[in-house]
Design a binder for this molecule. Structure first.
Ligand SMILES: Cc1ncc(COP(=O)(O)O)c(C=O)c1O
Length: 436
């Protein structure tokens, strides 16, 4: 006999209780997820808006086409019965050797990362899974993780779930009064704050993104040097999330070419999501000292068993040819140019229509704008009045409470939408200022 338990009573039944860490996360939902829910069709319709009128600056994703030769690699595998059969097999837990070798070539070719071998590379199902599993590999209960304020909003949940009982401390990098990125505007102050925080908390792991989500800024070399030196002296780790490495609009700092053989306390986190528009074809990789890679293998055995075989096969096939014939560099340079131009259009439109303090992107998909009021209330009000969606800053860190993140990534191929969305928002903000 089967019994159906209504969902509500199941959730309130103490015998069906979820884990404490999951309950804690459910009680503290991510403001970004909540905002993205606002962008869902049924919510828009329920608000009395026409979904076709909505211009969303909410999404943290890219929208340029994947390399055509990469798509062809999928076609080749699917067209060949033997290869397709192979793509249905497991690979090694850390990924196929050939894919890891080609990733090492990619990094050498595009960024000059030296002496990288397959022993320094673990392939996974995207940087989200890899970051979660890396935290499990490195962080114990009672340990501290140092993040920037603001920083990528998912890190907090990943740390809470992957390392229950650990703590987060934040190094402030945005000054909400002057709306400046402090590592550039006042490096000495940030270095002093960093050393003070490090002395007080001895973090096991320091983690930042370059270029950064949500600010679009790039941590300068001197700060990365200080972070690496302190982490290494302390037997800890510096992890750099390079999700947007191929969207960099200025000469890259030296740490873009750091390699685990020279920097054994460094972990570089990478993804196919943003450079190759492979967000849903889940594939990412970590570069680290072989001991970290071995540790991660133990975790991946329990979390994913192995990364996606089809994605690895096609990546290896594509890179093998595209490095040799120069088409990889041409593709990456072209796509980078598209995002640089989208960033320029965005900043021009923010200045013209919003006239509010903002940060000029040095890379990535985002800028942050000071809206001068609690952004958590501003965002739904703006959506109702203008059908334009931006993301409230609070989820990225306390320094962004009065700021919003504007993503030009999804609109990279439609710059007119960027202009139109910011014009609508600006018109409403001016009306609102006149009659608050
Ligand atoms: C800084 C950062 N890291 C990682 C990710 C997720 O990447 P992936 O698709 O590889 O899991 C994102 C997505 O927005 C991001 O902004």
């Amino acid at each position: 006999m089967s019994t159906t338990i209504p969902r509500e009573s199941a959730m309130s039944d103490r015998r069906l209780r979820l884990s404490a860490s999951v309950r804690a996360r459910i009680a503290k939902p991510s403001p970004i997820r909540q905002t993205m829910k606002m962008a869902e069709r049924q919510t828009i319709v329920a608000m009395g808006l026409n979904p076709d009128d909505v211009i969303s600056f909410g999404g943290g994703w890219v929208n340029h086409p994947a390399p055509e030769a990469f798509r062809k690699a999928y076609e080749e595998v699917a067209a060949d019965a033997a290869l397709f059969h192979k793509s249905g097999a497991y690979t090694a837990t850390l990924g196929e050797l050939e894919c890891r070798e080609q990733i090492a070539r990619f990094e050498e070719h595009l960024f000059g990362v030296p002496r990288l071998g397959p022993e320094h590379i673990a392939v996974g199902m995207g940087s989200t899974q890899l970051t979660h599993d890396l935290i499990r590999t490195l962080v114990d209960p009672g340990d501290t993780v140092l993040l920037l304020d603001p920083t990528y909003a998912n890190y907090e949940g990943q740390i809470a779930l992957a390392a229950p009982g650990s703590r987060i401390v934040r190094l402030q990098v945005l000054d909400p009064d002057t709306w400046t990125y402090l590592p550039v505007a006042d490096l000495e102050r940030v270095l002093a704050d960093f050393h003070r925080l490090f002395d007080a908390h001895q973090p096991r792991l320091v983690l930042f993104g370059a270029p950064d989500n949500p600010t679009g800024q790039i941590v300068p070399q001197a700060l990365a040097d200080a972070m690496y030196e302190r982490a290494a002296e302390n037997g800890g780790w510096l992890a750099i999330d390079f999700a947007y490495k191929c969207q960099t609009f200025c000469p890259p700092p030296a740490y873009y070419a750091w390699s685990p053989p020279d920097h054994p306390h460094l972990i570089a986190i990478h993804s196919n999501s943003k450079w190759a528009r492979g967000l849903g074809r889940r594939l990412g990789w970590l570069e680290a000292h072989p001991e970290v890679i071995d540790g991660l293998e133990t975790i991946q055995q329990c979390s994913i068993l192995c990364p996606d075989t089809l994605s690895q096969m096609t990546m290896a096939r594509y890179l093998k040819r595209a490095v040799d014939d120069g088409s990889l560099r041409a593709y990456v340079d072209h796509a980078n140019g598209l995002y640089r131009e989208a960033a320029r259009v965005t900043i021009e439109a923010v200045d013209e229509h919003l006239g509010r303090p903002r940060l000029e992107p040095a890379g990535g998909l985002y800028t942050v704008v000071d809206v001068g009021t609690d952004a958590a209330a501003f965002v739904p009000e703006a959506l109702r009045a203008t059908s334009v969606l931006v993301v409230p800053g609070r989820g990225f860190g306390p320094s962004l409470a009065n700021g919003v993140r504007i993503s030009y990534g999804p609109l990279v191929m439609t710059p007119d939408k960027i202009r139109e969305g910011l014009e609508r928002l600006g018109r409403w903000m001016r009306r609102r200022e006149r009659s608050p």
